[in-house]
Design a protein around this ligand. Structure first.
Ligand SMILES: Nc1ncnc2c1ncn2[C@@H]1O[C@H](COP(=O)(O)OP(=O)(O)OP(=O)(O)O)[C@@H](O)[C@H]1O
Ligand SMILES: [Mg+2]
Length: 354
């Protein structure tokens, strides 16, 4: 028996992305995290379409399989919807409003910004604090997502026998993973703008943080699927065979120069384009550092090619680099997928009290 109740319940972070269901559970002592449970279970390309669930049965089976593989004993889950389905808007509200007054004011204001009837969306808001322009007003960020998207995530988690306790936005999870994993190097009074570019299978997610807060997100349609398809075409392999060959090797000698290098070059162009979009859509005109995540960040040397192209210090973002691992976790296994686990990690870092 313990005299101290655990302040926080363990939470399973599940990222349902276009090629896999990814699961992470962490424990925390002070600022230090330990990976307790970890699993990745592959999804076929038809399971997710445009960052939303399209084959419910397949996703449910995959969550069950990942959960079983992880051997977690927890039940509570945090999942994320894609930022591309989410509308966020910063409003200013008088700071003297009571909670219920604030919530009804937010609803009235939100009507102007959300292009759907309010009863068809899930909406949430957070008060950021006093507005820079007027100290008598608070900046309030509203977040809204169509109910049908959120409901699908709730439904698949429940159908897999688990409890969805947090529905987050993937970009917020990425920012949290960065800040909490100790990768952030913001010192007091030091301004710092960093871009995390996550090269997934179908999508490249650009997320810019200023002093650890997300200030810009954008999805570009580019990802490792292009490389997989090129390998399939060139060597007559199936989708699964090509995916495996990318990870474990064994392709003919010309693969490196004729297929892989041009793809890495395309990644660096996409990174440069992502930053250009950011500069033109925001008041910022420089970035201090680029971090590369997603499965494609596992390609050896990609950080150097991107650094050369964008002219900014570039590193690979491994969210587990400062964490210890429980005995049941195979270090080689987790390292192979580390850069693809950023969203799942950021979700598992959400703490919730019981
Ligand atoms: N070692 C590796 N070398 C090259 N490519 C790899 C390696 N490991 C994974 N990938 C590729 O990374 C991609 C998967 O990345 P990731 O898991 O981040 O995607 P995702 O999150 O499912 O996709 P999305 O974010 O687009 O929904 C696949 O195209 C996969 O083939
Ligand atoms: Mg992803």
């Amino acid at each position: 028996m313990s005299l101290f109740k655990k302040a926080y319940q363990p939470l399973i972070g599940i990222d349902i992305s276009s090629v896999a269901t990814k699961l992470v559970e962490l424990s925390r002592s002070g600022d230090h995290y330990r990976v307790e449970h970890f699993a990745v279970h592959a999804l076929q390309p038809n399971a997710m379409t445009e960052n939303a669930i399209s084959d419910v049965d397949q996703v449910v089976q995959s969550i069950r399989a990942a959960f079983k593989q992880s051997r977690s004993k927890s039940r509570d889950v945090a999942v994320a919807v894609s930022a591309s389905h989410v509308i966020t808007k910063t409003l200013t509200m008088p700071s003297n409003l009571k909670d219920d007054e604030l919530s009804s004011q937010v609803e009235i204001e939100a009507e102007h910004y959300i292009p759907y009837p309010l009863d068809e969306v899930n909406m949430d808001y957070v008060v950021l604090g006093p507005s820079l322009d007027n100290p008598n007003e608070d900046d309030v960020v509203i977040t809204a997502c169509r109910k049908e998207i959120v409901d699908d995530y709730v439904a698949v988690i429940e159908a897999a026998g688990l409890t969805p306790v947090i529905i987050d936005v993937d970009a917020n999870a990425v920012a949290r993973a960065f800040v909490e994993s100790g990768s952030s190097r913001v010192r007091q009074n030091q301004e710092r703008t960093i871009a995390i570019i996550d090269f997934g299978a179908t999508t490249t997610h650009v997320n810019v943080l200023h002093n650890n807060h997300s200030v810009y997100t954008r999805d570009h349609s580019f990802g490792g699927k292009r490389l997989t398809e090129e390998i399939q075409r060139r060597y007559g392999l199936s989708y699964d065979e090509a995916g495996l060959a990318k990870k474990v090797g064994g392709l003919p000698e010309n693969y490196q120069s004729e297929i892989l290098l041009p793809f890495v070059d395309a990644m660096s162009q996409e990174a440069a384009r992502g930053l250009q979009f950011f500069y033109s859509a925001s008041p910022y005109n420089s970035i201090d550092e680029v971090l590369i995540a997603g499965g494609c960040a596992m390609i050896h040397g990609v950080d150097k090619v991107i650094a050369d192209r964008v002219g900014v210090t570039t590193e690979i973002f491994n969210p587990f680099s400062a964490m210890s691992l429980a005995k049941r976790i195979n270090p080689e296994r987790i390292n192979k997928d580390a850069t693809a686990m950023v969203v799942a990690c950021g979700l598992a870092m959400r703490r919730h009290k019981k």
